[in-house]
Structure formats: structure tokens, C-alpha cells
Write a protein that binds this ligand. Structure first.
Ligand code: RAM
Length: 357
């Protein structure tokens, strides 16, 4: 786990410009002109050799969410940048809704097109697993990032400790509301592994705060309009609400926009997981005090790197094995076949302007 100092450095390294992808269409962007059919090998940073010319398909939960654009794009230094630096042919593709029915055709098409590896944030492990298992049966490496599908992948690249994310979100809100009052959660989709795991730890942590009461969990499906509607519903139904946790970049942005009025500002606290750029306005005007995230570009970079290592058989995925992920340094494969990027980072008015993603 990174020390705070090291995490800051890691975040700053990826604090470059964010390329936005238009909402409403499935996009695919090639990162390398290397011919997939002529895979060759180059010396790996550690262990065996990484092949070049591998076809790697990066499948975020949805296209058009700036968190995933940062995690994936060449411009931000994300997954496609790692793949490009290794000489692979990387592309990013998904649907326009964060649903398994949007992701399934994309996975199927990647299999048909002879992908060597998939890097995927799972919208719903139950719905995706038969197809991901089919991919692995064909020898395709499956790496999950951001949101896991634990029973049907080779390796999970975890952004930060799941328990730490859940418990620290509750602790942050508790500080802001003096550990007292009704609170609610604005989540993403009800089937997302990451959201449900974090919420599980939030509930556990709330037992330490007997005067904080979780009155509702609503789901904005990582869709701005839905997130706005469900948050509006919460505000109407619970007039005494004191705080909201939204562990999704889309949900917290929708909630912040709604709370940014004299009626709510300073009366209902909001925290969660957000990109600093989307919260700068709200931190400046006092709607939001502090929130968390990790460096999404580094998450994608690590996932892209790990996919190339595994698909090349440069690493064997054995727990305890280490590999060097380019600029990010050395990582160790844990017993559950996962690797951990680092610790979550807390943003507030003292540091938010140091970041640009
Ligand atoms: C949203 C997604 C993603 C989550 C981030 C914090 O963009 O739900 O899965 O990790 O927020």
C-alpha cells in the first residue's frame, strides 16, 4: 500500500488533460499500428518476455463517463497508453449504458475478432460470466479492473482496498455531520461488484456510529439523468437528510449539482468518489468539503500492462509473483489473483487544484 506521499506522486504523474468521448455512441480507438498477426517478443521488465502485436480490447462499464475515459485513453496515460508503449494493438469499446446488455455484444465481438486479452470493468458478473468464461476457454486473457467478476477472470486490478474505500467514505461523512443524522447512498447500478462491495463495508462501518442512520440506497445507474432523478426523490422523501455518500463519479456529480443551492448548501453534506475536475466548483463554493478517488489513469495503465504480461505468459499469475508495470513500478499478485494500485486519496480545498483529471 502506498504512503500518502507516494500516492500523491502517483496521482500527480497522471494529472494530464482528459479526453472526452461523446456520449451516445459506441466508440473504438486504435492505439497502435503494430500488426496483430506478427506478434514478436521483447524483454519484459521482469520475468519472461512480453509479446508485441497483441490485440487487447479495453471494455469500460460505459463509454462517455470521464472517469473511464481517463482510465483508458492514450492522452491521459491510461490503459491504451500502456498498451501502445508495449507495442500492442489496443482499442476501447463499450456501450452507451452501464449495463450487461451493452457490454455482452462487445465481449462477443472481441472474441470473434481474435482478441488476445480483454480488460473489463464488469457491470454485472452474473450476466457477464458465461461469456467471459467462453473467452477464457478460448485462451483469451481476462483482466478485470475497477469492478471485478471474481469467478470468471484471470486477474483483477483493484484501484484501492475495498474495505478501506467503504469505511473511509463513512468516516469522511461522519466528520462532516458530527456523526449524527439520517444519511443515504446514491450508488451506480445495483449489479456492480465494486459498488456493492463498498456499500457492504459502509454498512459495517456505520455500526460504529449509532447516531447515523442509513435511510435509503438509491441507484442512478451511472446515468446523469437517472442519478439526478433518484437524488431528487431522496431529497423529497427525507426532508431531514443530513448527508449523502455517492461512491460513483456520475452519482456524486449529479448530487452535487442538486445540492449547490442555498436551500441545501452547508445543510446536507455530500461525499463519495469523484474526479477532482468535476468537484472543483463545488469544493470552491462549499457544497462539498472532501471526497476520495485514486488515479484512474494509473488504474488503466496497470490493467493494460498486466493484460500484456499475462497474455504473453511473461507472468504466470501465481500468488506472490511480482512484475514491473513500467513507470508505476513493482506489483505483487495477491492470493485472490488481484493486484492493488494503492490507497484512496482524499481531496479537499487544500489540494484539489493540484490535480487535473
Ligand atoms: C463510476 C463508476 C466506477 C467507479 C467510479 C468511482 O465512474 O461507477 O465503477 O469506480 O465511479
Amino acid at each position: 500500500m502506498f504512503s500518502k506521499r507516494k500516492t500523491t506522486t502517483a496521482l500527480l504523474l497522471g494529472a494530464s488533460s482528459v479526453a472526452l468521448v461523446a456520449c451516445g455512441t459506441t466508440v473504438s480507438s486504435s492505439t497502435s499500428t503494430t500488426a496483430a498477426s506478427t506478434a514478436t517478443t521483447q524483454a519484459a521488465a521482469s520475468g519472461g518476455s512480453i509479446k508485441t502485436g497483441l490485440k487487447v480490447v479495453v471494455i469500460p462499464k460505459v463509454i462517455g463517463n470521464s472517469y473511464f475515459t481517463t482510465a483508458d485513453s492514450v492522452q491521459s496515460g491510461g490503459a491504451l497508453a500502456a498498451l501502445q508503449s508495449l507495442g500492442e494493438t489496443g482499442s476501447e469499446t463499450s456501450g452507451t449504458a452501464a449495463t450487461p446488455s451493452s457490454q455482452l455484444p462487445v465481449i462477443q465481438s472481441a472474441i470473434t475478432q481474435g482478441a488476445n486479452a480483454l480488460v473489463i470493468s464488469a457491470t454485472d458478473p452474473t450476466a457477464l460470466c458465461p461469456t467471459l468464461n467462453q473467452a477464457m476457454a478460448k485462451g483469451i486473457t481476462v483482466v478485470t479492473y475497477d469492478s471485478d467478476a471474481p469467478t470468471c477472470r484471470n486477474l483483477f486490478v483493484n484501484q484501492a482496498s475495498t474495505s478501506q474505500i467503504g469505511t473511509s467514505e463513512v468516516d469522511l461523512l461522519a466528520k462532516q455531520i458530527n456523526s449524527t443524522g439520517d444519511i443515504a447512498i446514491v450508488s451506480a447500478t445495483a449489479s456492480a461488484t465494486n459498488q456493492n462491495a463498498w456499500i457492504g463495508y459502509m454498512k459495517q462501518e456505520l455500526t460504529k456510529y449509532p447516531n447515523m442512520h442509513l435511510v435509503s440506497i438509491v441507484y442512478g445507474n451511472d446515468d446523469p439523468a437517472t442519478a439526478t432523478a433518484v437524488t431528487q426523490g431522496l431529497l423529497q422523501q427525507y426532508p431531514n437528510l443530513k448527508g449523502i455518500i455517492s461512491p460513483t463519479t456520475v452519482g456524486i456529480a449529479a448530487a452535487a449539482a442538486l445540492l449547490d443551492t442555498p436551500q441545501y448548501r452547508g445543510k446536507i453534506a455530500l461525499t463519495g468518489l469523484a474526479t477532482p475536475n468535476e468537484m472543483k466548483k463545488y469544493v470552491a463554493d462549499g457544497t462539498v468539503t472532501s471526497f476520495e478517488l485514486w488515479n484512474p489513469a494509473n488504474l488503466g495503465y496497470l490493467a493494460g500492462y498486466a493484460a500484456a504480461e499475462l497474455a504473453s505468459k511473461a507472468i504466470t499469475n501465481t500468488p506472490g509473483q511480482t512484475f514491473t508495470a513500467g513507470k508505476l513500478g513493482k506489483y505483487t499478485i495477491a492470493s485472490d489473483h488481484s493486484i492493488l494500485l494503492g490507497a484512496p486519496y482524499v481531496f479537499d480545498k487544500t489540494n484539489i487544484n493540484n490535480f487535473n483529471f
